[in-house]
Write a protein that binds this ligand. Structure first.
Ligand SMILES: N[C@@H](CCC(=O)N[C@@H](CS)C(=O)NCC(=O)O)C(=O)O
Length: 224
């Protein structure tokens, strides 16, 4: 699995006619939502690595019954790698990064890695906890828009010094934030003009081939 003849192009199969044969393929299987920002994170990492994998689109309005068996939270993304079943996007991404270490997306030294994990946690608390309200345009969506706008604007000083969240190298932190940055227009979050360095950072991610390849047709139309 994941190993190919030298110079053979990677096999990247996208299954759109949901064939939910859990884990029967020799390749890594990612069960993914076509508009789900958390699944989007895992698709980016898969496409950034030169390896074989299969992305299986899960219809979230008509979820397969056994989804709840493989993930007790009954959510996507889920990664099935033969006997291993994983859920939670950041956990899946760390696994893929360790299983296919080139290019490495987590920092190599324990201290920076611990800091990265801490920042991933902060990102969930401060930004991604608002995704549900924004996505469903709940009553609290306006508060969420303001909160997301303020937290992102706070990142401005960081990008006067460095290209990406952890420094000048692209990392799993940039992967984790990217689906939200891609959806800002879609969620109705407008950043102030002073936040231009943050949008420049976003464009740096959006122009990567791995990012472009990972977009589903429904995500492509979220942003012009
Ligand atoms: N914290 C989880 C969040 C996953 C999540 O919320 N997934 C949503 C779609 S974006 C889902 O599957 N919801 C269940 C449903 O819509 O039925 C992660 O990072 O993987």
């Amino acid at each position: 699995m994941g190993h190919r003849e030298m110079n053979a192009p990677p096999v990247r199969k996208v299954v759109r006619d949901a064939d939910y044969s859990w884990g029967t393929s020799a390749m890594m299987n990612l069960y993914s939502g076509t508009t789900c920002p958390f699944s989007h994170r895992c698709r980016i990492v898969l496409f950034e690595k030169q390896m074989d994998f299969q992305v299986i689109d899960v219809d979230l309005f008509n979820k397969p019954e056994d989804m709840a068996i493989i993930n007790p939270y009954n959510r996507v993304p889920v990664l099935v790698d033969r006997d291993l079943v994983l859920y939670e996007s950041n956990i899946i991404n760390e696994y893929i990064d360790e299983r296919f270490p080139h290019p490495q997306l987590m920092p190599p030294d324990p201290q920076t890695r611990a800091k990265a994990r801490q920042l991933l946690h902060t990102m969930e608390q401060e930004l991604f906890s608002h995704v549900d309200a924004l996505d469903k345009n709940l009553k609290s969506a306006d508060k969420s828009r303001q909160h997301v706008r303020d937290r992102l604007t706070e990142l401005v000083p960081l990008f006067t010094k460095q290209k990406f969240l952890l420094g000048d190298e692209f990392s799993l932190l940039d992967v984790a934030i990217a689906p939200l940055l891609w959806r800002l227009d879609f969620y109705g979050v407008e950043l102030p003009k002073t936040a231009a360095p943050v949008m420049k950072f976003a464009e740096r991610i959006f122009s990567r081939q791995g990012f472009i390849d990972a977009l589903t047709p429904s995500e492509k139309v979220m942003r012009r």
